[in-house]
Design a protein around this ligand. Structure first.
Ligand code: SF4
Length: 317
């Protein structure tokens, strides 16, 4: 609820005052147990920062509250938060970067099991083989090193490592963005199967609406550190309301030969977080902006009283 994440800047600038960059600016949302919430936006919109802050990787939440399974956890000390790390895991875009190149995959997973005091020795080996089997890799992969794996196989290892501690909530940070399209669907299908089999809940981060459509129950669209639209996946793709969501959707190719979707081209690039425009931060790029859009900041409000579809745009206030 109302989450803020800031980065301090090293240089204080000419004034000498400490400066900071606001990467996430008052974001509120919920992820229901057993569902997948897609979190979508251009690079630099704050989605990865938000995901990492929730599990305390890098910069933490500096404002607002995080409630997990009915418990307020944002005010916990790192020590008190420790046991929750097992519950909340993260899968990364670049699994290779997060795997130790000197350890075999079997040793990597066994290390996770040992750190969390879940298994050691032969029991850890058996558990590792079981996990590899669950993600579609046979036992011989346990004795190989990360450089011997393809991108898709490394992502399977990343998923096995996350599953090793029996989490209930996984933040998937662009897990398929670096993979070929054919491999992307295999990994997404694997994630869906695991969700069904283990009752997992996902926050699925992506920069592309076409990727999240198949896996998400609901989708939140982010722009410059804020959520601008959130609703069910079905509703978002059939009835997008925010001009930014419409522009993102218009860039997805339509499969039917005569299917036409007018491409909405946005002006300019995403401004940096140091230069957030006044009023509605989307107004310099919005194709339907009105004069008041540069003066007044819209709020994320239910659309026509429907709390399941919320939009932040003055056109609907
Ligand atoms: Fe566009 Fe104005 Fe709506 Fe912002 S508030 S999205 S600028 S119409």
């Amino acid at each position: 609820k109302d989450i803020f994440v800031h980065f301090p800047l090293k240089s204080g600038g000419a004034s000498g005052k400490a400066r900071r960059v606001s990467a996430v600016n008052g974001v509120s949302f919920e992820v229901n147990k057993g569902e997948t919430l897609g979190l979508v936006g251009e690079s630099g919109c704050g989605k990865t920062t938000l995901g990492r802050a929730l599990v305390r990787i890098g910069h933490g939440v500096v404002g607002g509250t995080v409630v997990f399974d009915g418990r307020e956890i944002s005010s916990l000390s790192n020590r008190a938060f420790g046991p929750l790390r097992k519950e909340m895991q993260m899968i990364f875009q670049d699994p290779f970067g997060s795997l130790n190149p000197r350890l075999t995959i079997g040793q990597t997973i066994a290390e996770v099991l040992a750190v969390h005091r879940l298994a050691k020795g032969e029991a850890a080996r058996q558990k590792t083989l079981e996990l590899l089997d669950i993600v579609g890799l046979n036992s011989e992969y346990a004795d190989r090193y990360p450089h011997e794996f393809s991108g898709g196989q490394r992502q399977r290892v990343g998923i096995a490592r996350a599953l090793a501690v029996n989490p209930s909530f996984i933040i998937c940070d662009e897990p398929v963005s670096a993979l070929d399209v054919s491999i992307q669907s295999q990994i997404i299908n694997l994630l869906k199967d695991l969700q069904r089999d283990f009752g997992l809940t996902y926050l699925f981060i992506a920069h592309d609406l076409s990727v999240v459509e198949y896996i998400s129950d609901r989708v939140a669209v982010m722009y410059l550190g804020k959520i601008v639209e959130i609703t069910s996946s079905q509703e978002l793709y059939a009835n997008p309301k925010h001009p930014y969501t419409r522009a993102l959707l218009s860039s997805i190719p339509v499969p039917e030969p005569d299917g036409k979707r007018e491409r909405i081209l946005l002006k300019g690039d995403l401004p940096g977080p140091m230069h957030i425009p006044s009023g509605c931060s989307f107004h310099p790029r919005c194709p339907v902006a009105k004069p008041e859009c540069s003066k007044r900041e819209p709020r994320l409000l239910p659309l026509d009283g429907n709390d399941a579809h919320r939009v932040s745009c003055l056109l609907y206030e």
